[in-house]
Design a protein around this ligand. Structure first.
Ligand code: ATR
Length: 278
C-alpha cells in the first residue's frame, strides 16, 4: 500500500521538505509519496480534518498554520503542548494527532555540531516570534540555569518570558552588553538575516562574547547568515540552521513510514546541490 504524506502551507513552494522526504523514500525503497499542498488559509481547517478521507497517513504543517493546527487536532503530544504549535500530524486510531519536532530538531543538530551546548549555563535567544518557543523549550529541557530572551519588540519578549518564569529574563535587542558577556550559547530565531546577502549588519554586534560561546542560527537560507559570518570572523564556533530542518523531519518520517531515517552528509549534500541556499 502506498503511504501518502503532505506538507501544508501557504505558500508552500519554498518548502524543502518534499526534497528531503523524497530522498528518504527513495533511499529506503519505500512505496510512498510526500506532496507539497498549497492550502489557502480559509481552507486549512477543512483540509486538516479530512486528511484521512483524502488518503493521507499524515504530514507536516508549516507557516502560517502551526498554531491553527494546534487548535484543530484531536490529540497533542507533550512537545506540541509545551511549544504551543503543531508541525507534524498523523492518525492514531483515526484521530488526528499533532506533535512538534522543532525542539528535537534543534537538539539533534546541536548534538551533531557542538555537543558541548548541553553544558551551557546561560543562553541568549534572539527573537520572540513563532520559532522561538521551540528553542527556549529545548534549552530549558537541558536544565540550563538561565535563558535571556531579546526581541526587537520588547513586549513580545516580556509575554514569553513571563510564561516561562524566573529562569527566563528579557530585554530589547539594544541593551545586551551585560548578557553577551555571560552567554555560553547564542541562538538567532529571528528572520532578520533570512534571504539577505552578507552585506547587511548582523542582528547584534558580536562584542564582548566569551571565546567558547557557541553561536547558532536557525535560519538556513542563506546557510551563512550575516550573524554567523560575523561570529566566524570573531573566531566563535558556529552552527547553521540546515541541520535543524533535516533533523526535525526524522520523527514524522518514522511515524508515517515506519523507518527511522538517517541525517548524514549525503542528505545535506543532496539538498545543497539542488537548492540555492544563498
Ligand atoms: P513568525 O511568527 O512567523 O516567526 P514573526 O512573528 O514576525 O514571524 O517573528 C519573527 C521574529 O523575527 C520576531 O522576533 C521579530 O521581531 P518583532 O517581534 O520585533 O517583530 C524578528 N524580526 C524580524 N525582522 C527583524 C529585524 N529586521 N530586526 C530584528 N528582529 C526582527
Amino acid at each position: 500500500m502506498t503511504i501518502r504524506c503532505f506538507v501544508a502551507g501557504w505558500p508552500v513552494s519554498h518548502s524543502l521538505s518534499p526534497i528531503l522526504h523524497g530522498y528518504w523514500i527513495e533511499k529506503y525503497g519505500l512505496e510512498g509519496s510526500y506532496e507539497p499542498k498549497a492550502v489557502q488559509p480559509a481552507d486549512f481547517k477543512d483540509f486538516l480534518i479530512n486528511i484521512d478521507a483524502l488518503g493521507y497517513a499524515g504530514g507536516n504543517v508549516t507557516l502560517p498554520f502551526k498554531r491553527e493546527a494546534f487548535e484543530l487536532v484531536s490529540k497533542r503530544d507533550s512537545e506540541a503542548e509545551a511549544i504551543g504549535a503543531v508541525n507534524t500530524v498523523w492518525l492514531e486510531k483515526g484521530k488526528i494527532t499533532g506533535g512538534n519536532t522543532d525542539a528535537y530538531g534543534f537538539e539533534a543538530n546541536m548534538d551533531d555540531n557542538a555537543p558541548q551546548w548541553r553544558d551551557a549555563k546561560t543562553a541568549l535567544v534572539l527573537g520572540a516570534g513563532g520559532a522561538s518557543p521551540a528553542i527556549v523549550h529545548a534549552l530549558l529541557k537541558t536544565g540550563i540555569s538561565h535563558v535571556h530572551l531579546a526581541n526587537r519588540t520588547v513586549e513580545r519578549a516580556k509575554t514569553m518570558a513571563e510564561h516561562y518564569g524566573p529562569n527566563v529574563s528579557y530585554s530589547s535587542l539594544n541593551d545586551l552588553t551585560k548578557v553577551t558577556g555571560k552567554a555560553d550559547l547564542v541562538v538567532n530565531t529571528t528572520s532578520h538575516g533570512m534571504g539577505k546577502g552578507a552585506d547587511i549588519e548582523p542582528i547584534i554586534a558580536l562584542e564582548n562574547f566569551k571565546p567558547h560561546t557557541i553561536v547558532a542560527d536557525i535560519v538556513y537560507a542563506p546557510l551563512e547568515t550575516p550573524f554567523l559570518a560575523s561570529a566566524k570572523n570573531a573566531g566563535l564556533r558556529t552552527v547553521d540552521g540546515l541541520g535543524m530542518l533535516l533533523h526535525q523531519a526524522v520523527p514524522g518520517f518514522e511515524i508515517w513510514f515506519g523507518t527511522r531515517p538517517k541525517v548524514d552528509g549525503d542528505l545535506r549534500a543532496h539538498i545543497t546541490e539542488r537548492v540555492n541556499l544563498t
